[in-house]
Design a protein around this ligand. Structure first.
Ligand SMILES: N[C@@H](CCC(=O)N[C@@H](CS)C(=O)NCC(=O)O)C(=O)O
Ligand code: FES
Length: 149
């Protein structure tokens, strides 16, 4: 599995697209294997709260609702709308130990899924985690900044 790295696939994707003149761009995206992991790490290290989600998933809505309730901004990656969604979900499975959605990250750490998010909130532990985000590196870090949705 590790052999087919993201970057090589990215390169081939670019080459193919150039050669084929971007016909009906294939469903495969630019990422796979290791660079999916890198993509995840990059996103979760630059955003205080990240939800890897699927648009129609109730558990994902539950997680989003919790953050909405406490007024925290969050970044959502909808895996079912992402060209590399399947590979990203694979990468998330390897990184977090669960292949389910949502996968919720705060401050670079996976806190689990939708039920875990809700539970942490009910225990009063969610907000403190968000408050630990370093404002320097996170545009949506401190929760009290922007009012945009
Ligand atoms: N307790 C978990 C349940 C999550 C769960 O079961 N998610 C299902 C869909 S609702 C899932 O991800 N199944 C695998 C998939 O969709 O690839 C949570 O709250 O996050
Ligand atoms: S209900 Fe299908 S992904 Fe959660």
């Amino acid at each position: 599995m590790l052999g087919r790295g993201c970057l090589s696939k990215l390169t081939w994707g670019v080459i193919l697209r150039q050669r084929m003149g971007n016909l009906s761009s294939s469903t495969s995206g630019a990422l796979s294997g290791t660079s999916c992991t890198q993509f995840v790490q990059d996103v979760v290290s630059h955003n205080c709260v990240v939800i890897f989600s699927k648009t129609s998933c109730p558990y994902c809505k539950m997680a989003k609702n919790v953050f909405n309730e406490i007024g925290a901004t969050y970044k959502v990656i909808e895996l079912d709308q992402h060209t590399d969604g399947r590979q990203l979900q694979e990468a998330l499975a390897q990184m977090t130990g669960a292949k389910t959605v949502p996968r919720v990250f705060i401050n670079g750490q996976c806190i689990g899924g939708g039920s875990d998010t809700k539970e942490l909130h009910q225990q009063g532990k969610l907000r403190p985690l968000i408050e630990q985000c370093t404002p320097c590196c996170s545009s949506e870090g401190s929760g009290s900044g922007s009012s945009s949705g």
